[in-house]
Design a binder for this molecule. Sequence first.
Ligand SMILES: Nc1nc2c(ncn2[C@@H]2O[C@H](COP(=O)(O)OP(=O)(O)O)[C@@H](O)[C@H]2O)c(=O)[nH]1
Ligand SMILES: [Mg+2]
Ligand SMILES: [Zn+2]
Length: 221
Amino acid sequence: MSKIVTLQQSIMAEDERFAAAIRESNERRGLLMVNMIGSPGCGKTTILERTAQSSGLSFGVIEGDLATNRDAERLDRLGVPVVQVNTHGGCHLEANVIEKAMESLPLDSLDVLFVENVGNLVCPAEFDLGEDFKAALLSTPEGADKPLKYPYLFSSSKVVLLTKVDLLPYLPFDMKMFSEDVKKLNPEAPVIPMNGMTGEGVEEWTKLLREKIREKKAHAR
Ligand SMILES: Nc1nc2c(ncn2[C@@H]2O[C@H](COP(=O)(O)OP(=O)(O)O)[C@@H](O)[C@H]2O)c(=O)[nH]1
Ligand SMILES: [Mg+2]
Ligand SMILES: [Zn+2]
């Protein structure tokens, strides 16, 4: 038993070194990196598509999925530089894989690098990829109770994207409870309501990204 614990610690420590190296190289470039985390189907790729269509930002994407390159194809069709990582059953992305994937992206010409993590509210939140911040996504059909049930993701993210707000009229989604719970976990994090069908919320999301990009570039070494 103690052997297993030791092994896990050494893997985590090694991964922290990769994350630190990524952070360091992004700092040098002034490249913002955002780790997008939410359940399968919550609308992560749709938001990236909408961001490509209307933000005017130059961004690249690392797509994490168990299998297929479907999400990468969706973004490639929009002219977004994208690398697909298949985890073959792995339920989160790790920094060593991100470092490899970054080698295939034109990092010097990007304002922001998004990682679409494997669909999962649990462990993706715990692995540092060297990102500047995490964005927690929750879609309205998943239920307003989820922030308190998966507290670490919501407490450790810089922004919460509430997706599929077009479905609210058909759902018993308790917005008051949702907002209060998110506030309890993370008083500073803005909640952006988003509708991938119309693009609602993309402007606010872009504004937040532009602020963070500006800060990042200002501190580039
Ligand atoms: N009604 C509605 N459907 C959405 C919205 N965003 C995404 N979808 C749909 O939800 C499904 C999953 O979206 P996708 O972006 O692939 O989710 P991902 O697995 O988190 O990347 C697709 O069928 C989308 O068309 C939204 O805001 N409203
Ligand atoms: Mg996706
Ligand atoms: Zn995992």
